[in-house]
Design a protein around this ligand. Structure first.
Ligand SMILES: [Zn+2]
Length: 57
């Protein structure tokens, strides 16, 4: 079982008027950058929540 790709290394592959597409350099998946930013935000929120939990103990 392999860990799911976190898409940490991406590059912009195409761009149009209101969307930008990025490609993950690790797995080759392409998604729009808005989607990618959402993923980053969620991951950051999860990391911060974990930190807060640790701080409370
Ligand atoms: Zn990936």
């Amino acid at each position: 079982m392999s860990a799911p790709c976190k898409h940490t290394v991406v590059r912009i592959v195409s761009r149009d008027e209101d969307a930008e597409y990025v490609e993950c350099q690790a797995c080759g998946e392409i998604f729009d950058s808005i989607e990618y930013e959402d993923m980053e935000r969620e991951e950051k929120a999860a990391a911060e929540a974990a930190l807060e939990r640790d701080a409370d103990v």
